[in-house]
Design a protein around this ligand. Structure first.
Ligand code: HEM
Length: 75
């Protein structure tokens, strides 16, 4: 539900994300670049499945992209 609310808020609302920061949430998980890329691929596949438009897809990915540095942990 946190993820749904976060994506809803990031794409203009009206939901509000009330969970912890991305850094707090993913701290210690050792998430690497390849896992992040796989998540984005899965997300794009889901958006395609639901026929989300190119422009909206790009807009959503542009909102999520900057979170990458908070989620990844270097080896
Ligand atoms: C744009 C990329 C990502 C976003 C926006 C995102 C966002 C979130 C959010 C909102 C939560 C819920 C926080 C909570 O319930 O406290 C979460 C939890 C989690 N994320 Fe991510 N995440 C991303 C990428 C990843 C990646 C790449 C991995 C690992 C492959 C990952 C692993 C997890 C796990 C395991 C949890 C569950 C934590 C728990 O329930 O204790 N996330 N993420």
């Amino acid at each position: 539900m946190h993820l749904v609310n976060q994506i809803c808020e990031a794409s203009g609302g009206p939901c509000a994300y009330t969970g912890p920061t991305m850094m707090q949430t993913h701290k210690g998980m050792g998430v690497q670049d390849v896992a992040f890329g796989t998540l984005v691929e899965d997300l794009v596949a889901a958006l395609d499945h639901h026929r989300v438009g190119k422009v909206e897809k790009r807009e959503l990915l542009a909102v999520l992209g900057p979170m990458k540095s908070e989620i990844l942990e270097q080896k």
